[in-house]
Design a protein around this ligand. Structure first.
Ligand SMILES: [Zn+2]
Ligand SMILES: [Zn+2]
Length: 274
């Protein structure tokens, strides 16, 4: 059975998270048969395997790969994916330099300034700086037909830029990395705990929920909690924390889900005027 991505000639806008977490990150934003990939932290083979699992991605053309930062869980399949898909890579200049130092065989990368905007096909891309222990890391807002999709993981703390940029998205993919108590009680070395909790580490469930209270707007419909720690979080804890924030805003109409490490998450569809 063919999946129709353009019912009645109108392209559908979707977000499909192929993987999320410290073992690999890869998200596809697709509009009809056009798409951009955000991070390529899966091997090309695994990326293609997951692609095939998602029927709605059949026949989709990746027009560019946007890189948030150079940590392995975001770029491990970058070169091979970009070659196989014949898709150009977009990264900040400092990030591109760091990637090239890790992999000299990587082809030309298009660079952009953090905070700047550019278009790839029908996708309006706005990047913004995030606090994280990487070289000029960014998160993205992707806009198609006035629908705003915010994608922000690996965020050390909620800076004013992060809060400002993520306001009033129709759909949000937001890090909810760890439960503070689980992290404190874990067997991880103190230095690693400090790194994760620090201002250039990862966003806790509590910080993520506090941010949601500030950025959810009447048009916000779908929220995916992402980059959950395997050891220091559970889906239940992350959902409970964010769910409480949404409940306090009396926004029980918002769909709240959790992105997975091992399997693609069911596609989120954004319907115009929804
Ligand atoms: Zn990461
Ligand atoms: Zn990272």
């Amino acid at each position: 059975m063919e999946i129709d991505n353009t019912p009645g000639g109108i392209p559908r806008l979707g977000v499909t998270i192929l993987a999320s977490g410290s073992s690999g990150n890869c998200t596809i934003v697709h509009y009809g048969n056009q798409a951009v990939m955000i991070d390529a932290g899966l091997s090309c083979r695994e990326m293609q395997r997951r692609f095939r699992q998602c029927r709605c991605l059949e026949g989709i053309e990746i027009q560019g790969i946007l890189v948030t930062h150079e940590h392995t869980d975001h770029i491990s399949g970058l070169r091979t994916c970009s070659e196989k898909l014949e898709a150009p890579i977009y990264a900040t200049a400092n990030c591109a330099r760091t990637i090239r130092a890790k992999d000299s065989k990587i082809k030309q990368m298009a660079t952009f300034a953090a905070g700047g905007s550019f278009d790839i096909g029908p996708f309006g891309i706005t990047s913004f700086s995030i606090p994280h222990d990487a070289n000029d890391p960014v998160a993205f807002i992707i806009t198609v037909n006035e629908q705003r999709i915010g994608i922000a993981t690996d965020v050390g703390y909620v800076s004013s830029t992060v809060e400002y940029r993520l306001k009033a998205c129709d759909a949000l993919v937001l890090e909810s990395n760890h439960d503070i108590n689980m992290l404190a009680a874990s067997a991880r070395p103190w230095s690693l705990k400090q790194r994760i909790m620090g201002r250039n580490g990862h966003l806790s469930n509590d910080s993520s929920a506090q941010l949601l209270e500030k950025i959810i707007a009447p048009n916000t419909r779908k929220i995916v909690l992402a980059h959950l720690s395997h050891e220091c979080n559970t889906q239940e804890k992350a959902l409970e924390c964010a769910g409480q924030a949404i409940h306090e805003l009396r926004r029980n109409d918002i769909l709240l889900t959790v992105a997975q490490q091992e399997v693609p998450l069911e596609t989120l569809w954004l319907e115009a005027g929804e």
